[in-house]
Design a binder for this molecule. Structure first.
Ligand code: PMP
Length: 433
């Protein structure tokens, strides 16, 4: 069964024929809401890669909660851990107080993620969202170096609070700030020009030139794949050169792995393939394993400089998220098995997208791993493709400053058959659009 509900707002008939299923959202909820405009149905239940509306329509979910659902919806092991925890009246809210749930999470993160990779980073729990992690990274970099500027890249996305927005590229989102966005400088991301120009040649020159008028920054913040800004993926050698440049000038390197991390590109961290060692790492979205809010900022030990409570927040100890995160780490990251399967799915998605592109002159591949998509010469085509996909029962979103990229982001737990099915629908949607 495919969806038949159309948005009263979009059809301009909200007054005359209000849909009782969506009326309260459209009448009372702020108009800032956006995903529901592309998918104006009421999602009720979800499991794995499927979401079911309250009228019983099933959708294949290749959106994965914008990257917060890498292990799919309601994974039984993760959900089971949460249900057990709540059933036993364990502590839910704890600020930064010690609890067994937090102890288990920190232990699992140390044993499954940090130690096997030889990482001695401290784990700061900065608050529940990705932008909390980014703000923490920016603040600590400034505190550690005494320098106010942060370099970010064209088409970067780092979050909606003022610090994160100052290092975000999108002009519409930046204008939403309503205030000047300070102390950031933008540099060209990999392949911003012609692929031949080393894209941070400018940085290298101005940092070395005491007459350039450009102050040395505290840090550079970068996504290895630009999840919101159009799915450009930095090459490993570009990341390595950037890392070496930062080392040379004693500028801190922050990797924002909020969207590309937690296995999205194969390895747990998206920068592992490049072999770089960031000073600061931001993680959130899929860290909790089932969409509960949780983020961490990983800091080289010498950057762990806050006085107690110098940086704090009420929701730094959401124990249900520690419980689900621990279950996810133990279930998926105890050995290489999951990572190997994810790599197979990555290869399957890449070849599936390339096959779709192969039929056309006006489209090309963007992204890496299971964070990939298709960019069209016609900037409006991607939105049409996403709408056609929705009509056929597939949830995919768009990415990029003009929403010009179709973004395919299935759960990492997607089966081979589900991925093939989704790719078949996508191919049909591309042809129909
Ligand atoms: N960094 C990146 C790379 C992101 O993709 C996002 C969210 N799309 C954020 C930061 C902000 O995360 P949140 O929305 O949880 O604040």
């Amino acid at each position: 069964m495919t969806a038949t509900i159309t948005s009263p707002e979009k059809s301009g008939e909200s007054d005359k024929r209000a849909n009782p299923a969506t009326d309260i959202f459209e009448r009372r909820e702020s108009q800032v809401r956006s995903y529901c405009r592309s998918w104006p149905v009421v999602f009720d239940r979800a499991r794995g890669a499927e979401q079911v509306t309250e009228d019983g329509t099933t959708y294949l979910d290749f959106f994965s909660g914008a990257g917060a659902l890498n292990y799919g919806h309601n994974h039984p092991v993760i959900k089971g851990a949460l249900l057990d925890y709540l059933a036993e009246d364990n502590v839910v809210h704890a600020l930064d107080m010690y609890t067994p749930a937090k102890r288990a999470f920190l232990t699992a993160f140390e044993e499954k993620i940090l130690q096997p990779r030889g990482m001695d980073h401290k784990i700061q729990l900065p608050g529940p969202t990705g932008t909390n992690s980014v703000e923490t990274a920016l603040k600590i970099a400034r505190k550690a170096t005494g320098r106010p500027y942060i370099v970010s890249f064209t088409n970067a996305f780092h979050g909606m609070t003022l610090g994160s927005l100052a290092v975000t590229g999108n002009s519409m989102k930046r204008e939403g700030a309503g205030a000047p966005l300070y102390h950031s400088q933008t540099a060209p991301y990999d392949d911003y020009f012609d692929g031949a120009t080393p894209d941070f040649h400018w940085l290298e020159s101005v940092w070395a030139d005491s007459g350039s008028g450009v102050d040395l920054p505290a840090a550079v913040i970068v996504e290895t794949v630009q999840g919101e800004g159009g799915l450009r993926a930095a090459r490993n050698e570009w990341l390595r050169d950037l890392s070496a440049l930062c080392r040379r000038f004693e500028v801190l390197l922050i990797i924002d792995d909020v969207q590309a991390g937690c296995g999205r590109t194969g390895a747990f961290f998206s920068f592992e393939e490049a072999g770089i060692e960031p000073d600061i790492i931001c993680l959130s979205k899929s860290l909790s394993g089932m969409g509960l809010p949780l983020s961490v900022t990983l800091l080289r030990p010498e950057l762990d400089l806050w006085e107690p409570a110098e940086h704090n927040g009420t929701f730094r100890g959401f124990n249900p998220a520690f419980v689900t995160a621990t279950a996810a780490l133990n279930e998926f990251w105890a050995d290489d098995a999951f990572e190997n399967t994810v790599r197979e799915r990555c290869a399957q998605l890449t070849s599936g997208l390339l096959a779709i592109i192969d039929e056309r002159e006006d489209a090309s591949y963007r992204g890496r791993g299971l964070l990939a998509g298709i960019v069209f010469d016609d900037l409006e085509r991607a939105e049409k493709v996403a709408a056609e996909a929705f009509r056929r029962g597939l949830l995919i979103e768009t990415s990029g400053p003009s929403s010009e990229v179709v973004k395919v982001m299935p759960p990492l737990t997607v089966t081979e058959e589900e991925l093939n099915h989704g790719l078949t629908i996508l191919a049909e949607a591309v042809r129909a659009a």
